[in-house]
Design a binder for this molecule. Structure first.
Ligand SMILES: [Zn+2]
Length: 158
C-alpha cells in the first residue's frame, strides 16, 4: 500500500515537473540540427544563415526592392524589419536603420576575418542575417543593418 502511495506521489512529481518544464516561459529559440536546416533551406540561404556566409553585393533579391511590407526571417518567418526603415546605402545589400522591435534581432560581437564587427542574428532561430555598422547615412539611428537578401522573406502590405 505504501509502495503504491509512494509511486503515485512520484508520478505526480514527474507529471508536475513535466508540466512546469513545458509551461515555463523560455526564449523560443528553435533547436534544429544543421542536417535539419539543410533540408529546409536552399543551399545559398543555408550557407549564409547557418555558416555565416555573405552573398555577393548587388546580387540579392531585395537589394533594390522598394515595396511596402514586412521583411521576415527566411528560415523561421519571424518578422525582422519593415520597409519604412529600409534605405539605399549603395553598398549592394538591403540596408535598414533599425529592426522591427528590440526583441526580433540579436547583436553579437564578431571578430572574424581580422575585423571587429557586430553580427546580426534572428532572435527566434539564431540564423545569421548580416552585420550592423554605425556608419551614419543620415538615418534616424545612424545605424546600417546590412542584411543578406537570401536571409529574408517578404510579406507585402495588404
Ligand atoms: Zn529566424
Amino acid at each position: 500500500m505504501l509502495k503504491i502511495k509512494l509511486l503515485k506521489y512520484t508520478e505526480k512529481i514527474i507529471l508536475w515537473s513535466c508540466c512546469l518544464f513545458a509551461c515555463s516561459p523560455k526564449p523560443s529559440v528553435m533547436n534544429k540540427t544543421n542536417q535539419e536546416w539543410q533540408k529546409i533551406l536552399d543551399p545559398e540561404t543555408y550557407r549564409i544563415m547557418r555558416e555565416k556566409g555573405t552573398e555577393r553585393p548587388h546580387t540579392g533579391q531585395y537589394d533594390q526592392f522598394w515595396e511596402a511590407g514586412t521583411y521576415v526571417c527566411k528560415a523561421c518567418n519571424a518578422p525582422l524589419f519593415v520597409s519604412e526603415t529600409k534605405f539605399d546605402a549603395g553598398c549592394g545589400w538591403p540596408s535598414f536603420f533599425k529592426g522591427i522591435d528590440s526583441t526580433a534581432i540579436i547583436e553579437k560581437p564578431d571578430y572574424s576575418h581580422g575585423m571587429h564587427r557586430v553580427e546580426v542574428l534572428c532572435a527566434h532561430c539564431e540564423g545569421h542575417l548580416g552585420h550592423v555598422f554605425p556608419d551614419g547615412y543620415n538615418t534616424p539611428t545612424g545605424l546600417r543593418y546590412c542584411i543578406n537578401s537570401a536571409a529574408l522573406g517578404f510579406k507585402k502590405q495588404e
